[in-house]
Design a protein around this ligand. Structure first.
Ligand code: DCP
Ligand code: MG
Ligand code: MG
Length: 503
């Protein structure tokens, strides 16, 4: 199956993707480097964010087992520490150290095996999905990095901002200690820094993950500046500091996109530093690499990257969740699930694919394990229900899905006893494009051009009720009842719950 193959491929290789592979070649331009930066169609006012999570695999493990937060933690694959938390880094352990060296540096290092990528992949997709709720232009790079082109969001905010507004930067500004003065001259980047901060806060709130962000005018620069202050910080790069950041790279190998082999070939031409590459005649470079690659290398050395943020593709599953202090009645579960499902069905309809599996996840309250105390149950979605989701009758699908969700809930929670939930998550997976293609949906384009219409009103007719399979007609009525404001549903709650049990 195509999906699982894609997934498998990504599992094994995604973090290895070279940045250069994602940069389309820029047509050869004038050989004078100074001309290159201003040439081409790239608008100087693009605002690109690059996110990179902190010690990603280690963070996932610390979320799964919070006791690991306080100890130096290394994630082991074979004999290598692929990453380690910042406690371990403070004690001298570094990424890609051998286990032997790491143990020597830090005998108290706690090791967790990181060969099974399931949890990392899940979290990785959750992050991309969260970013996509802000903006469709999200490009994954490895498991823990994403580019987001927020130019349009910034333009909208700019248009809404009064002229008298005093712009400011959130977080660091590369090579500037006090950025207030520059903010007026860089309103887009300043707004971008605020949006980046909001998104990072949301990532922390919703997924419990911290990370860094880089804010700049292209992907290359956003990625470069992202790691300036670590962990859990963000940095903006102003255009006047592009030369500074490029010049700060200690070797050609540090330029994203210049891999081991390329750096060796450059070395053979006598080039060691980024400055060497900037000054090396393009024609000579072209003799070694061919014109397009030579131009690309030149551009990289100058901080020029006109490549667009290219949406990576639709995710393998769609989910929605909410966390809260306490949900302790079945009525609240039903209401919250209905709300989540309603949004999810709408998104799924816009996506166009048909989900085959439905999963409900809950988090029971735990004083010791706040983030990763999750339990899930899943079930196949009957075809007649699944078919409705990407169709005009997606509202009907919701009616049919709600009892399924409640059934799964009752498998995990004994509602006759007291319970305390802090999270509900609904998820569609095993998404199939078959059939959806006929309606022109299900394409990546369709996925990323979706628009939601919250608060959509619903027409209910008796023919719709009659069209439902026997046994689900009650549920439909139930659904209608559920859409009545919560206070008025109290009376029928018990009845609803009984019905859900039998559906
Ligand atoms: N990874 C891996 N093998 C590598 C490089 C990385 O398995 N050779 C995995 C482990 C990392 C994850 O990819 O957790 C992300 O890689 P990063 O380089 O972003 O490193 P971290 O996120 O772990 O740390 P940092 O805080 O420095 O970003
Ligand atoms: Mg990374
Ligand atoms: Mg990282």
């Amino acid at each position: 199956m195509a999906n699982s193959e894609d997934e498998k491929e990504e599992d094994d290789t995604e973090w290895k993707y070279s940045f250069v592979d994602s940069i389309p070649l820029i047509p050869a331009a004038a050989s004078d480097p100074s001309l290159n930066r201003t040439s081409g169609p790239t608008p100087a006012h693009r605002v690109i964010l690059h996110f990179d999570l902190d010690c990603f695999y280690a963070q996932v493990e610390m979320i799964r087992n919070p006791a690991l937060r306080e100890v130096p933690l290394g994630i082991q694959q074979k004999y290598i520490i692929v990453t380690c938390n910042y406690v371990a880094r403070d004690l001298g352990v570094s990424k890609l150290m051998s286990v032997t060296d790491a143990k020597e540096k830090c005998p108290q290092l706690v090791l967790v095996k990181g060969e099974d990528l399931t949890h990392y992949r899940e979290m990785s997709y959750k992050l991309t999905e969260l970013l996509m709720s802000y903006c469709p232009l999200v490009e994954r790079l490895g498991f823990d990095e994403n580019f987001v082109d927020i130019t349009k969001i910034v333009e909208r905010r700019l248009a809404e901002t009064p002229e008298s507004n005093n712009f400011s930067f959130k977080g660091h500004v590369y090579n500037h200690t006090s950025a207030e003065l520059e903010a007026q001259d860089h309103p887009r980047l300043a707004l971008g820094s605020h949006i980046a901060a909001e998104i990072r806060e949301d990532i922390k709130g919703k997924l419990g993950l911290t990370g860094c962000a880089g804010i700049a005018t292209n992907k290359l620069l956003a990625k470069l500046v992202c790691g300036t202050f670590k962990p859990n910080q963000q940095t903006t790069l102003l255009t006047e500091n592009i030369d500074d950041i490029i010049g700060s790279l200690s070797s050609l190998r540090k330029v994203p996109g210049v891999g081991y082999q390329t750096s060796k070939r450059l070395q053979a031409l006598g080039l060691a530093s980024v400055k060497d590459l900037q000054l090396f005649p393009l024609n000579d470079l072209a003799r070694e690499f061919g014109a397009p690659s030579a131009q690309r290398l030149k551009n990289l050395a100058l901080g020029v990257d006109e490549s667009p943020v290219t949406p990576t593709g639709a995710p393998q599953s769609l989910s929605d969740e909410d966390s809260f202090k306490k949900i302790s009645s079945t009525k609240e579960v039903l209401e919250k699930t209905r709300e989540l499902l309603s949004n999810l069905v709408e998104r799924m309809r816009n996506d166009g694919r048909q989900p085959q599996t439905f999963r409900l996840t809950i988090r029971k309250y735990s004083a010791t394990n706040k983030w990763f105390n999750r339990e899930s149950r899943q079930c196949p979605i009957p075809n007649h229900v699944g078919q409705k989701i990407p169709s005009e009758s997606s509202e009907d699908a919701l009616v049919l899905l709600l009892p399924l969700a409640m059934k799964l809930f009752h498998k995990m929670v004994d509602s006759s006893a007291a319970f305390h939930l802090t999270l509900l998550n609904v998820c569609f997976s095993n998404l199939q494009t078959k059939g959806a293609a006929v309606s022109g949906k299900g394409s990546i384009t369709s996925f990323f051009t979706q628009s939601t219409s919250p608060g959509k009103t619903q027409q209910i007719c008796s023919s719709q009720i009659q069209a439902l399979p026997t046994g689900f007609q009650h549920t439909f009525i139930l659904y209608v009842v559920c859409r009545i404001p919560p206070l008025r549903t109290g009376v029928v709650t018990a009845w609803i719950i009984r019905l859900a049990h039998t559906a």
